[in-house]
Design a protein around this ligand. Structure first.
Ligand SMILES: NC(=O)c1ccc[n+]([C@@H]2O[C@H](COP(=O)([O-])OP(=O)(O)OC[C@H]3O[C@@H](n4cnc5c(N)ncnc54)[C@H](O)[C@@H]3O)[C@@H](O)[C@H]2O)c1
Ligand SMILES: [Zn+2]
Length: 364
């Protein structure tokens, strides 16, 4: 099964199936032919899938494995520097392609390495977490976090192909399965109310990682994301709708010192942002109700970190890059499956601090 991402000469396919890693050599050769492959992975995924990928790609003469300590805390410039230095030391040149083998942290970091190494080399996304399959491996946003906030240093760099082998999910810890589903809920909320219903009716098969149920949701989610990205690759307008739940979500991740997973933070963020929308009279009252139901059926935790101060959260949000003209802006739904524009036709909305405060209190 494949889903196209139509972006002119940067177009690519998202290939989704079981046991696709067995064909990684043929697929990489077809979509990203290179003399050598730099496989970038983390300290958890590397030992699980690295050796088989190295072997299939033709062994040490054709590729090398570069890994870093797993976790969001390592998605930073220090790791980027270590990876690029190691690739230079190993003699990788312009005839290289990068293969990002892992979750969203690996994808964002390896994509940023590919965007910058020798001013840019092609890369292949091989997502192994549900979140990366459903969302982060598609769309070409790459980058690292800084002390000032998430993803503040990065580049747009589209992959040559996305190879999604759902079989790899069998080793993904349950907490990460649930967290990843938050992005699927987001896709339903912004573009497809029926998809939200599907997530609820198939919750059990999805949580049991039934391959056909998982393939269906990965397909629908990436279709929605690809459709938005194709309209606005570099986020000058419509792509901002993909940030629903993320203005508060990114602030929460940073305030929790990244103890909260990205998907968990986005789930809390969507509930709070939906309450902002209803508070402003922009969002239909049915939206927060449906979101809460779907999030609960998918067993995504929405408890807020203890000791979390709203002021600290607001401070992190104000540092985030979605800020424009000195104020925080939000992507808000109008109704289920449809996002709202502001009076100027903008896909993001200016929200006074007082509205954020009361929505935050109301949406616990
Ligand atoms: N670029 C984008 O458009 C975009 C979109 C959404 C999220 N993101 C980013 O994605 C990141 C979150 O991604 P994530 O949730 O995948 O985090 P992650 O990469 O940290 O993966 C989660 C954990 O699961 C482990 N793991 C991954 N695959 C596994 C497997 N098959 N078996 C066992 N363990 C496995 C990882 O080692 C890690 O410990 C955040 O940094 C977020 O900002 C980027
Ligand atoms: Zn996200």
């Amino acid at each position: 099964m494949s889903v196209p991402v139509p972006l002119g000469d940067r177009s690519y396919q998202i290939l989704i199936g079981e046991n696709l890693l067995q064909c990684v050599a043929e697929l990489a050769a077809q979509h990203a032919p290179a003399h050598r492959y730099a496989i970038i992975t983390d300290s958890i995924v590397g030992p699980l899938y690295g050796p088989a990928v190295v072997e299939r790609l033709g062994g040490e003469s054709r590729c090398s494995l570069f890994d870093f300590t797993a976790g969001e805390k390592h998605k930073n410039r220090g790791t980027w520097q270590e990876l690029t230095d190691a690739m230079l030391a190993a003699g990788f040149g312009r005839d290289t392609a990068v293969l990002a083998l892992g979750g969203g942290v690996v994808g964002d970091l390896a994509g940023f390495v590919a965007a910058t190494f020798l001013r840019g080399v092609p890369y292949v996304q091989v997502p192994t977490s549900l979140l990366a399959m459903i969302d982060s491996s598609v769309g070409g946003k790459t980058g690292v976090d800084t002390a000032h906030g998430k993803n503040l240093v990065g580049a747009f760099h589209q992959p040559a192909v996305v190879i999604t082998d759902v079989t790899t999910l069998n080793t993904l810890p349950r907490r990460h399965v649930c967290a990843g589903l938050a992005e699927a809920v987001k896709h339903g909320a912004i573009a497809d109310a029926q998809y939200l219903q599907q997530l609820v009716s198939q919750a059990k098969s999805i949580l049991d990682l039934d391959p056909s149920a998982v393939i269906q949701i990965v397909q629908r989610s990436v279709e929605i994301k690809a459709h938005v990205v194709a309209q606005d690759e570099r986020e000058s307008g419509k792509r901002a709708v993909l940030n629903f739940g993320h203005t508060i979500g990114h602030g929460l991740e940073a305030s929790s010192r990244y103890d909260l997973l990205h998907g968990e933070a986005v789930a809390i963020g969507m509930l709070a942002e939906a309450a902002i929308g209803t508070g402003l009279g922009i969002t239909d009252e049915a939206v927060p109700i449906a979101l809460r139901e779907t999030i609960s059926q998918l067993q995504i935790p929405v408890a807020r970190p203890s000791g979390l101060q709203l002021d600290e959260l607001l401070q992190h949000m104000e540092q985030d890059k979605k800020k424009r003209d000195g104020s925080v802006r939000f992507a808000l739904p109008a109704r289920l499956g449809e996002m709202a524009r502001d009076a100027r036709g903008d896909w993001t909305h200016l929200v006074p601090r007082s509205v954020i405060r009361s929505a935050w209190d109301l949406s616990t």
